[in-house]
Write a protein that binds this ligand. Structure first.
Ligand SMILES: Nc1ncnc2c1ncn2[C@@H]1O[C@H](COP(=O)(O)OP(=O)(O)OP(=O)(O)O)[C@@H](O)[C@H]1O
Ligand SMILES: [Mg+2]
Length: 339
């Protein structure tokens, strides 16, 4: 497989009155052609900032891109002109962001908004253009698309507006679709419908997808690879099955433990990771998760662990100084001995 996107050593900071916020810290990863990458992590882990940075959508200042390359299709996005990036955004890279109300223009009809994207990035005009717009609305499951073209965003439900945004994101058959919290605001049923839709789009068009979410459950359903971020770094990444089955970072383990399951629903309370995310203007010296991690060793508090491969695995990587499976086994044995 070849990497469609190759991010190398991306570091982004913000100058704020409270100091320098280190939002993204030496981030490197690849997305292969046809792969669906699910990126998870609590609020403030650098998910959105790194995506916006590589798309050239961060306001600089206050943001500052300290270092980094982002190779897409043979070009380093970080060195492209604004004009070249505008060509790529909405064209070869489709985007679907959170909050449908603010992403659609309220004073333009839905048909007009789709038309503008297609006119900017394709040669379609006239009847062919109209047919493509109707087709797109149909693909994303909007009933009576022809009649819906002349309606405004407020005439659509939240779920339907999100479908329109996906239609816009997919309009030009992008090679890469990046969604950031695209289903967070929607109820569970609509979310499930949209995930089905994205799976179908992947199957039908082979689109490569980066799906950013808080929700490990969504990752389990949609992604091939999961990437867990914390403090602007990757804590763990690998094939979904491998990471879910045997997490190596205590942070991943905590996220998985806080997932509602059939069993947990009957329990009184869901597990919650103790403490709160770090202050990015004053990051701890070592492993950013160490202050919240009861497995942390002395070294975790002083030295940042590098991302390394799980023994014997080609694609499961983690950043931790401790051996989580061994620690969990010991805890289980101790609990057994006590009972
Ligand atoms: N305009 C800004 N000025 C200052 N700091 C910012 C700005 N935008 C983001 N940050 C900081 O950058 C860090 C990373 O934010 P980011 O939006 O990437 O988090 P996220 O992982 O997307 O979180 P969420 O899940 O809440 O969307 C946070 O500490 C945030 O406060
Ligand atoms: Mg975000």
């Amino acid at each position: 497989m070849t990497a469609l996107l190759d991010i190398r050593n991306l570091t982004v900071e913000f100058d704020t009155p409270g100091g320098i916020v280190k939002a993204v810290n030496g981030l490197s990863y690849c997305v292969e052609e046809g792969e669906t990458l699910g990126i998870v992590g609590e609020s403030g882990s650098g998910k959105s900032v790194h995506i916006l940075a590589l798309l050239g959508l961060l306001p600089t200042p206050p943001a500052r891109i300290v270092s980094g390359e982002a190779w897409f299709n043979g070009q380093n996005l970080m060195t492209l002109s604004d004009r070249a990036l505008r060509e790529i955004r909405g064209g070869q890279i489709g985007m679907v962001f959170q909050d449908p109300m603010s992403s659609l223009n309220p004073v333009l009809t839905v048909g007009r908004q789709l038309r503008e994207v297609l006119q900017r990035h394709t040669d379609l005009r006239g009847a062919a253009l109209k047919a493509r717009i109707v087709e797109l609305l149909d693909i994303v499951g909007i009933p009576h698309p022809e009649a819906r073209l002349s309606q405004y965003p407020h005439e659509f439900s939240g779920g339907m507006r999100q479908r329109v945004l996906i239609a816009i994101g997919m309009a030009c058959n992008p090679r890469l679709l990046i969604a950031d919290e695209a289903t967070t605001a929607l109820d569970v049923t609509v979310q499930a419908q949209i995930l089905d839709l994205v799976r179908k789009l992947k199957e039908d068009f082979g689109t490569t997808v980066i799906w950013v979410t808080h929700d490990m459950g969504v990752v389990a359903e949609l992604a091939d690879t999961v990437q867990v971020m914390y403090g602007g770094r990757i804590m763990e990444r690998g094939p979904v099955r491998s990471v879910f089955h045997s997490p190596r970072s205590a942070y991943t383990w905590g996220l998985l433990k806080s997932l509602p399951t059939e069993g947990a629903r009957t329990q009184k309370r869901l597990y919650q990771i103790p403490g709160s995310p770090p202050n990015m203007a004053n990051m701890p010296a070592g492993d950013p998760f160490a202050p919240r991690n009861h497995f942390a060793t002395e070294r975790c508090h002083t030295e940042v662990p590098p991302l390394r491969n799980v023994d014997g695995s080609r694609d499961h990587q983690f950043a931790a100084w401790y051996d989580l499976p061994a620690l969990l086994a010991r805890e289980a044995a101790d609990a057994e001995a006590r009972s």
